[in-house]
Write a protein that binds this ligand. Sequence first.
Ligand code: CP
Length: 316
Amino acid sequence: GKSVVTLDDVSTADITDLMSKARYIDSHRRQVAGTCSSRVLATLFYEPSTRTRLSFETAMLRLGGKVIGFAGAQLSSATKGETIHDTVKVVSQYADIIAMRHPKEGAALVAAQSSDVPVINAGDGGHMHPTQTLADLATIDARFGRVTDLTVGLCGDLTFGRTVHSLIETLCRFGNVRFVLISPNELKTPRYVLDRIDASPTCSYVEATDLSAVIGDLDVLYMTRVQKERFFNEDDYLRLRDTYILDEAKMRLAKPTMAVLHPLPRVNEIAAEVDNDPRAAYFEQVRNGMLMRMALESTLLGDPLPGYAQSKEVQA
Ligand code: CP
C-alpha cells in the first residue's frame, strides 16, 4: 500500500481532493460512519502526543473501524531492543494501516519500507509532520478559499518545528506564496527547506526577527512553540522560549482578515485573550486535523466514502 512519509508522496490534485472529502465528511457524518468497518488502524507513538494520536484514532472510530497501538515506547518491545523495522513488519500483519510518531528523523521512511500496509508519518523528529500540514491547508482554504496568492508568516522555532517544514514544502507546490520567516537568529529555517522555496518559480521568502514589524503584511500567521525536546542545552531553551508572544496589542497591528494558526500545543506563544478574536483559527485547525485524517485514512485504504463520488458528479 501507499505510504505518506512526506506530502511529496501525495499529488497536489490528491491534496485538493482530500480537502474536498474532509468537507464532505463534515456534512455527512452519518453516511460515512461505516466507510472503514472491519479495518484496523495501529498507532505507534514513541513520542508524546495529544492531538495527532487521538485524532488519528477518532478518525478511524468515526469511520467505523477499530484501533490498536501504544502511546509511549516504554510499553512496547522497543524497550527490549526491537528495531523499528521488526516492530512495523509485525504490526503490519495485524493492522490495515499504521500511523507512527518517532523522535528520529527518517524513522517514518524506515517504517514505510518495512511495512506490508500503508504507513502515515505522524511526525519524525524535527523533520516532517505531513498530516498536520493537511490540517493547516484545510484551515487556510476554509478562511481564504485558496492556499495560493497569500503572504504567510511563520513565527518561532523554524529550525526544529517540523510542522513548519512540511507546510512550507507543500505550499511551495501550490505556488504563489510569499513567506515571512520570523525567528531568532538561533532558530532560523533550515537550508533544505529554504531550497524548496528557492526552487519554486512563484514563491519567495524574507527572514525577519521582529514580529510587530511585519505582522501587518500577513494573511496567515503560523505561530509555533519553541521545541524544548529538540534542544541540547536547557539554558538556550529558557533564553529563547518567550521570544514571541502574540497578544491583543500585536493583533491590533494585523489585518482584519489575517488568520492565526498554531499546530498546538502552545506554551506561551499566544495569549489566551487572542482565543476570542475571530482571526484565531487554531481550534478549527484541530477539528480540520481530524476531518483530514478521516479523508486520508479512507483514501489510503481504498474505501470509498458513501455518496462522495456522486456528489462530485453533481458539482461537475
Ligand atoms: N499538533 C500536534 O502534533 O500535536 P500533538 O503533539 O499533541 O500530537
